[in-house]
Design a protein around this ligand. Structure first.
Ligand code: SAH
Length: 531
């Protein structure tokens, strides 16, 4: 048997070669075998050229630990490589767990720059006083522990670096933790987000605790949440070294002047939802109201931290909510036919002095011949004139105009409704036979429409010009393939004070025009008291 082997546990920092210290470089050079994960191995290429490499996926950490130990036991020298610091959520503890008391090889652990440190340096100096790290990964411990610890950290007002923030499978956890933080910390608390520190694709920004709720993250990201004293200067945040009055509310706390009051987006279409998603992605502080529960579910799935509401509320309740939230702007992305709602929003905006903008996709281009009608009533008469088996894609709200028309008996009516109990109930109580009902969630393809209409022997279709380009084209093309008339109810004429047809215009409205209101709101906002 050869002499005792050597096992180095080597920290290679965030990734950037200049941040790998000489001690780590030497350990790599002195090792015959390198055990690691592909990405880390790429960074240390200059020091491991020609060596025996054992690369294993990130998930097989325990196997990697044993591999290094086996090499050292057999008298060879090996290096186990970890990103950041090898002792922070990494290989060192696994190796110590797997190693035996009687193992004779030499073990050397080489420290490195953990994500908390590298990320903090890009943000300024948020970790200058007490801080903690919290991993949000529940692979190795139950989720309840994570929440329990988060609660205590928040209560102690500890600056906290969140590691393993959000994975594809674990989307919600981070927002639950942020909400726990918000139970004890001010929404204006300064925070920073860093992705890929000192690596390709590096991104970082500073924002407030409440703004984090609108953001999406991933596993390459670290979030740093400041304490009550953390401040911002230029693009940096920093936590003063100490000796501040814990209860002092005005000078030493995060300043409310910088938190942004929300813009309120009213969404009634998939396009409205896409707008809300885009604004959230750009980091705007928004609240979204969706017309349907389904719309709310879709948004909440993609942005679990976003404040999304659904359901009908009266004008009184809406006025109260807009006031209470301190909304700085109203973006009206409701369905083009929801004119009552738009009228209400315009009135509220004037009454409350909140800037208003209508967002609407341009009407569907007319590639296919269609019969335009100004009103539902005309569309009903047209349909009765032209068809015997008429398909209605006009929604349940206007169903009675067709099926209770004085000449309704001259046709058979086939109806597509949203798959919710109210819509179904409405259609059934208006006497639409069950066999003539299709309750499904769109979007529908041309093929689907064509096949449904063919099997129902539809000879006329009525739809609305809802501005949903994709959905409209699928109907127009199917109708044209079947050579049946397509009747389109045109959008109601509505005088919107301001209209945008693309996301960028809405974003710049929020950035420039709404900023003025924001400023006024913030000036008139009462000073916050300590919790
Ligand atoms: N041993 C590593 C941590 C491993 S856990 C260290 O000390 O840094 C993996 C988590 O670390 C990631 O999900 C992310 O939250 C954080 N992380 C690691 N490198 C990072 C980098 N370059 N930029 C931002 N976050 C990073």
């Amino acid at each position: 048997m050869s002499g005792p082997g050597k096992l180095y546990l080597v920290s290679v920092g965030p990734g950037f070669a200049e941040l790998i210290p000489p001690m780590a470089q030497r350990a790599l050079q002195e090792s015959e075998v390198i055990v690691g994960y592909d990405l880390y191995l790429k960074w240390i290429q200059p020091w491991i050229e020609g060596k025996e490499i054992k690369s294993m996926p990130l998930t097989r950490e325990r196997e990697r630990a044993t591999k290094g130990i086996e090499c050292a036991r057999s008298g060879r020298s090996a290096a186990e490589v970890s990103g950041g610091d090898v002792g922070v959520y990494a290989m060192a503890a696994l190796v110590l767990e797997e190693m035996r008391e009687e193992d004779a090889f030499e073990l050397k652990i080489i420290p490195g720059i953990s994500a908390a440190n590298s990320c903090a340096s890009l943000l300024g100096s948020p970790l200058s006083h007490d801080f903690a790290t919290l991993s949000l990964s529940d692979l190795l411990c139950p989720w309840e522990w994570i929440e329990h610890r988060a609660q205590h950290l928040a209560q102690a007002d500890m600056v906290t670096a969140l590691y393993n923030v959000q994975s594809r499978e674990r989307q919600n956890g981070v927002y639950r933790v942020l909400h726990l933080m918000l139970e004890h910390k001010l929404p204006e608390t300064w925070c920073g987000v860093v992705k890929n520190a000192y690596r390709d694709g590096e991104e970082h920004y500073v924002c407030t605790l409440s703004e984090l709720l609108n953001r999406k993250f991933d596993m390459l990201t670290t979030i740093i949440i400041g304490n009550r004293f953390t401040r911002r200067k230029r693009e940096f945040i920093y936590t003063p070294r100490g000796y501040h009055a814990w209860e002092d509310t005005t000078e030493n706390r995060a300043r409310p002047e910088v938190a942004t009051p929300p813009a309120w987006i009213f969404s009634g279409t998939s396009d409205g939802n896409a707008l809300a998603e885009e604004l959230a992605r750009r980091g705007h502080n928004i609240i979204v109201s969706t017309a349907s529960e389904y719309g709310r579910e879709l948004l909440a799935k993609d942005f679990p931290g976003l404040s999304v509401q659904s359901g009908r509320i009266g004008v009184e309740a809406r006025r109260r909510e807009l006031r209470r939230s301190g909304a700085a702007a109203i973006v009206d992305a409701t369905h083009p036919f929801a004119v009552e709602m738009s009228a209400q929003l315009i009135t509220l905006s004037q009454e409350l002095g909140i800037p208003y903008m209508r967002y609407e996709r341009p009407g569907a281009p007319r590639k296919h011949p269609a019969i335009p009608c100004q009103r539902m009533e005309t569309a009903a008469t047209e349909a009765i004139e032209r068809g015997r088996r008429v398909f209605l894609a006009t929604g349940t709200k206007d169903l009675a105009t067709f099926v209770k028309h004085p000449r309704a008996q001259e046709c058979e009516w086939f109806v597509r409704v949203a798959p919710d109990p109210d819509s179904l109930q409405r259609a059934l109580s208006l006497g639409v036979p069950r066999a003539h009902l299709c309750a499904m969630q769109g979007p529908f393809s041309k093929e689907f429409n064509e096949s449904l209409w063919r099997s129902w022997k539809i000879d006329c279709v009525v739809t609305k010009d809802s501005g949903d380009a994709g959905g409209f084209a699928a109907k127009a093309e199917a109708a044209s393939a079947l050579k049946i008339p397509l009747i389109i109810v045109q959008r109601p004429q509505m005088q919107y004070p301001r209209v945008a047809n693309d996301f960028a215009t809405v974003a710049s409205f929020l950035e420039r025009d709404a900023a003025r209101t924001r400023f006024n709101i913030l000036r008139s906002r009462p000073k916050t008291n300590p919790s």
